[in-house]
Design a protein around this ligand. Structure first.
Ligand code: SF4
Ligand code: SF4
Length: 380
């Protein structure tokens, strides 16, 4: 295992973080808790959870493990989270933190996230006087949490705006080997400001392990594409911790094996991957971001096109894609959208800007149909 300083906190954390969002809930909480003990034995010291993960059982699973690891508490780091849209007064924020402490069975949390900032106004809500952020600072003074951090799905320029205000100790961002061209500005801004940087979603939501043949270009050696994707993030000097959602001990073994080698992706490797994404995967959006600011309707074209990649790679049915659209609307790539796909007026500016020459208008039409289905369901 390799270790890195978490920003300017003086805390040294493992480069692989235990992501507590992929437990097999068909197993007992005790069985799942064994994974944390196993990870600890492998040198992992950073453990990330949240209320609601894994049908709301993740914090309880962490609690079973942290009780057994109590004698090592000072060298293990645990996080949890809360959205400003849910808790935004001192009393409600305190109640949320206390609930996490009870469930995780610890006296303090090392890192606590202003969680899931998908739109800039949600950040502003967290920062309002007397709101979530100020409440968390009070709880830090009271010793319930050690560091106040933020988790966001905003794009690079908005991340930069937040970083410039210098209010947090660190940031959790969705960045990986497939989308780094589009997301990298946020990572660099945070790293250069001395914030801790944590990457989530290093395997593109499971897309890479499920499609290893398609993604074989990610590696030129005997490592698998999944290992290459993990190595990209784990070895990156600008990323302190890579969160991997573990379901089995084998998953932990793989991430630790990659971290043991931790061989850097050189700029030449990155250029090769960029070229390959551009030349050989010509039906896929590469996340280059060239179409980001051209839409007169303010449609977030890069996010919509990366979302559509999953349609191309996963062969999901229309019904599954409607569900998938709902999930992305609420949580992931499309959560910071400022207009819907069906609002496209087919002006063609994004297609002119597209480095991949993708049929964006046609794809948006298809996504727009799924979005309209969701609206119909809501109004029934
Ligand atoms: S074609 Fe549609 S998505 Fe593209 S820039 Fe025009 S309105 Fe926006
Ligand atoms: S320009 Fe094309 S490839 Fe690049 S982000 Fe936009 S849609 Fe994707």
């Amino acid at each position: 295992m390799i270790y890195a300083m978490y920003g300017k906190t003086g805390v040294q954390v493992s480069a692989v973080g235990f992501g507590g969002m992929r437990f097999d809930v068909g197993r007992s909480n005790e069985e799942n808790a064994e994974l944390l003990l196993y990870a600890r034995d492998k040198g992992i010291t950073y453990f990330d959870t949240a209320p609601s993960y894994c049908t709301d059982q993740s914090e309880d699973i962490f609690g079973i493990a942290f009780k057994q690891m109590a004698d090592q508490r000072d060298r293990l780091y645990v996080t949890s989270k809360c959205m400003p849209t849910e808790n935004d007064t001192y009393d409600s924020v305190r109640a949320g933190v206390e609930k996490s402490l009870r469930r995780i069975q610890v006296d303090y949390l090392d890192f606590y996230h202003v969680w899931c900032i998908r739109r800039f106004d949600q950040y502003e809500m967290a920062m309002r006087p007397g709101g979530q952020y100020e409440s968390l600072l009070r709880l830090r003074e009271e010793g319930l949490i050690r560091h106040v951090v933020i988790s966001t799905h905003l794009s690079g320029p908005d991340v930069k705006r937040i970083v410039n205000n210098d209010e947090f100790a660190g940031i959790l961002l969705g960045v990986n080997i497939l989308n780094f061209q589009y997301r990298w500005h946020g990572v660099l801004a945070a790293h250069e400001a001395g914030w801790g940087t944590v990457a989530m979603n290093p395997l593109a939501g499971g897309l890479i392990p499920k499609n290893e043949t398609i993604f074989s270009f990610l590696t030129e050696t005997d490592e698998t594409p999944t290992e290459a994707a993990l190595r990209f993030s784990i070895s990156c000097p600008q990323i302190n911790v890579t969160l991997v959602g573990f379901t089995t001990k084998e998953h932990i073994d793989m991430a630790c094996r990659v971290a043991d080698k931790a061989c850097l992706f050189t700029p030449a490797d990155q250029e090769r991957i960029k070229r390959y994404l551009t030349k050989n995967m010509d039906v896929l959006c590469t996340g280059c971001g060239y179409c980001a600011d051209v839409c007169p309707k303010k449609i977030i074209v890069p996010s919509y096109m990366q979302f559509y990649n999953e349609r191309l790679l996963s062969n999901k049915t229309d019904k599954e894609m409607i569900e998938h659209t709902r999930f992305h609307h609420d949580w992931v790539l499309l959560s910071d959208r400022t207009a819907e796909a069906y609002e496209c007026v087919a002006c063609g500016r994004c297609e002119q800007a597209c480095t991949q020459h993708l049929p964006i208008i046609k794809r948006l039409e298809e996504i727009g149909r799924w979005e309209k289905k969701l609206i119909e369901e809501k109004t029934k």
